[in-house]
Ligand binder design. Structure first.
Ligand SMILES: C[S@@+](CC[C@H](N)C(=O)[O-])C[C@H]1O[C@@H](n2cnc3c(N)ncnc32)[C@H](O)[C@@H]1O
Length: 364
């Protein structure tokens, strides 16, 4: 049975929402104010999921998606919406989440755009027999692809030319860049000939252009000499900060990442103290901190919030890929004002984005 609804607003994770008999219904690939015919696909106690059967009235910001797999593939959520409107939606969603979960009201979010296609440098493919693909939207069903306009052109050429090779799916980029050569983050925009070499297996940012913007933003924001950096990975921020003469101590759980950071620091003759540790456990750190930077996984970091409340660094820079945990964590901080929030669109055409929150201590 079909229902006709008007889209009331946009929710996180790419959905629009509407209500049927007071119950919220989440619908992908729509935009606020559109009138659509939908079919309910899942009914839960508190909400329903639905799919669009027909668009009866569309918005002016709707456009034709540029990828033939859009709507089938689980990767993109917003190709049907003009880019500036995607940014408005993301910023509104961030504001709503900060208010609802963190009780934080904000007038201003500074939006930083990035390149809309061919930006992704790393990917995890699914493989079925000799075929390469992704999972379909909200399922484990395989979808064969021969092209992805979100991935960099190098990876696309690899899909075309080497489709029938036996490959480890998460080593795809390594193979595409010639077997065992180390991968590289170029830092020559900070210091001549500077770079970070790394191997597959550690976390790295997937959009290298937007990553440059992120590094520059952090370098411009950081105040003071002594920096405590939590969840440092392979040193994506650590090495640039040390190149700019900050005294950084970096903390991370992953052994390979810490080893990679150390090797890169050694080659660049940088004096960086690293600690391999689980930041969910109590942190014992006695030295003064001017700026604390954290870039946790999606789960956020309640433990770091308690550490910050006790330690009281002058400045906190929180880099987050998951607004709900960011909002939860910020609401716990005592004695800090939120100076600025940036929305860096690292993942155009998907619902994902990075948020950078800058806070300063009100009083010790
Ligand atoms: C979002 S990444 C950020 C890495 C780095 N800032 C970058 O830009 O590449 C999060 C990092 O946190 C690390 N991590 C996850 N859980 C952790 C924990 N409990 N303690 C310490 N580090 C952790 C991961 O290994 C990963 O390197």
């Amino acid at each position: 049975m079909f229902e006709i609804v008007q889209i009331a607003g946009q929710a996180y994770k790419g959905y629009g929402y509407s209500f049927i008999n007071g119950k919220i219904v989440f619908i992908p690939f729509v935009e606020t104010n559109e009138k659509v015919a939908i079919k309910i696909t899942k009914e839960k106690k508190d909400y329903c999921l639905a799919e669009v059967v027909d668009i009866l009235e569309s918005t002016k910001t709707r456009k034709k998606p540029f990828c033939k797999y859009f709507g089938l593939c689980g990767g993109c959520h917003y190709q049907h919406i003009h880019y500036n409107q995607q940014l408005n939606i993301k910023s509104q969603i961030l504001k709503n989440i900060l208010k609802r979960i963190g009780h934080i009201s904000l007038d201003n979010i500074e939006i930083i755009k990035s390149k809309q296609t061919f930006y992704r440098h790393r990917v995890k493919f699914q493989k079925k027999a000799e075929k390469i693909g992704f999972f379909k939207q909200n399922s484990n069903e395989f979808l064969e692809i021969n092209y992805c306009p979100i991935l960099v052109k190098l990876i696309n050429s690899y899909i075309k030319n080497h489709k029938d090779l036996e490959i480890e799916v998460d080593s795809f980029f390594k193979l595409a860049t010639n077997k065992n050569e180390p991968l590289r983050i170029d830092l020559s925009f900070i210091a001549k000939d500077a770079y970070i070499d790394y191997k597959m297996g550690s976390f790295t940012q997937v959009n290298l252009d937007a990553n440059k913007t992120l590094i520059n933003l952090i370098l411009n924001l950081v105040k003071g000499e002594n920096v405590f950096e939590a969840f440092c990975g392979i040193g994506n921020f650590t090495i640039p900060l040390a190149l700019k003469n900050h005294k950084v101590e970096a903390f991370e759980i992953d052994e390979l990442s810490i080893e990679t950071l150390k090797q890169n620091a050694k080659r660049l003759s940088l004096d960086i103290k690293t600690t391999q540790c689980d930041l969910n456990k109590p942190i014992n750190y006695k030295k003064p901190i001017d700026t604390l930077i954290l870039d946790p996984p999606r789960s956020g970091s309640l433990n770091l919030m308690h550490f910050i409340n006790n330690k009281k660094p002058n400045q906190v820079i929180y880099v987050s890929c998951e607004p709900p945990t960011l909002a939860r964590d910020l609401s716990i901080l005592k004695n800090y004002t939120l100076e600025k929030i940036f929305l860096l669109d690292m993942f155009p055409n998907t619902y994902h984005f990075e948020t950078i929150a800058v806070l300063s201590l009100i009083s010790k």
